[in-house]
Structures are given as structure tokens and as C-alpha cells.
Design a protein. Sequence first.
Length: 203
Amino acid sequence: MKAEPMATATEQSLLFSPLVLDGALLRNRVVRSGCFEGMSQGGAVTESLIEHHRGVASGGVGMTTLSYCSVSEDGRAFSHELWMSPAILEGLSQFTQAVHTEGAAASIQLGHCGFFASPSVIGRRPLGASPKSCLFRLSYCREMTALDIEQKVDGFSVYYDEETKEVLDACTVDFVETPYGSGLVVNNPNASGSCGSCGGGCH
Ligand SMILES: Cc1cc2nc3c(=O)[nH]c(=O)nc-3n(C[C@H](O)[C@H](O)[C@H](O)COP(=O)(O)O)c2cc1C
């Protein structure tokens, strides 16, 4: 009787099995995390930035992440950082195409560094949750107004479908303090279960 060939460790491994992540198919579960490339001189999606991620993708990862990109121009810590302006959309599209051509999924890390923004890069005092100094910058930030907060939240707007909208609309987010710790808790009244780690209703 002919022996069955033994499955290789790669074939057996969950790490190397495909995953559907919020609709995106990843060929495996290896993700290159956000790791500042320092390749966005002048705030542009440069050729070297695209080639860097093309190389990571051709190496076989499931997904590669374009590191910190500010949601607005006042969230930049360095001049060679990206911020979400119409000027970079063409470059982002080229980045995505290059990564997809190599068979990987593309992601981007969006954020706002608040009081850590560089006054010389953004041309004014950075925004912060409360007025405080930044020892790294030797700067003093301005406390955010209610309008500032609204505008920053808008900066993170994402597209989601109607079904998701209904779930999100019903959710509330609270900051909860207990004798065991504190943090943000998402309360989803439509939840049928919880993963047990995020502290909220997530199913
Ligand atoms: C040079 C360098 C730059 C990094 N830049 C970012 C970044 O832009 N955003 C982020 O979330 N994490 C950043 N990180 C953290 C990495 O994504 C990662 O979480 C960290 O290196 C731990 O993973 P490791 O043990 O595999 O190195 C950076 C790490 C390094 C070493």
C-alpha cells in the first residue's frame, strides 16, 4: 500500500491558512504591522515607499500596513509623514495596486498624534485633550474645544453598509472605572455574545 505524503508544517499551520477579514481575503495570517518607513518625504507617497511594500508583499505576507498616516494636517509629527489629503489619493491607489499585484492585501494605519504634533511642521500649536507640555517637542498644546473634537472624530469617518450602521448607531461607548482597572467599554444592545476580551458586546 502506498504511503500518503506527509503534510508539511506550512500546510498544517493555521498561520498559513487564508482568512476573510471584514470582507477582505488574506492568503495567510501574516501581517506586516505599521512600522514607520520614513519614506514619505514632503508628505508624498514616494516610489521608494511603494517599492518597500511591494517587496514585503512579494515576500508572501497576507497583508502589509502603510504606517502612521494622519487624518488631518495638524496631526503630523514629522514633515515626512503622510496625511489624508486629496493630493495623496493617486499615490495610495498605486501603493494598493502594487501590493495587490503581489497577491497581498493592503492596509493603512490612520491616526492623530494630538499634543505630539510638531509645531514647526503644522505651523501652530498642537491640539491636546488638556493643555499640557510635550517634553519631546518642548511645546505646549492647546486644549481641544467641542468643535475640535467633532472635527477630529469626522476625520476618522469610514464607509460602512446599512446593516453595520444599524448596529453601530445602537452602540454606546463609555469610560468605565472599576477596582480592577479602567477603560473604554462598547455597549451593544443587539449583542448575542462577547469575545470575552474587549469588554463589550461584539457578536
Ligand atoms: C522602527 C519602528 C517603527 C515603528 N513604527 C510604528 C508605527 O508607525 N505605528 C505603529 O503602530 N507601530 C509602530 N512600530 C511598532 C511595530 O509595529 C511593532 O508593534 C513592534 O515593533 C513590535 O513587534 P516586533 O516584536 O515584531 O518588533 C514601530 C516599530 C519600530 C521598530
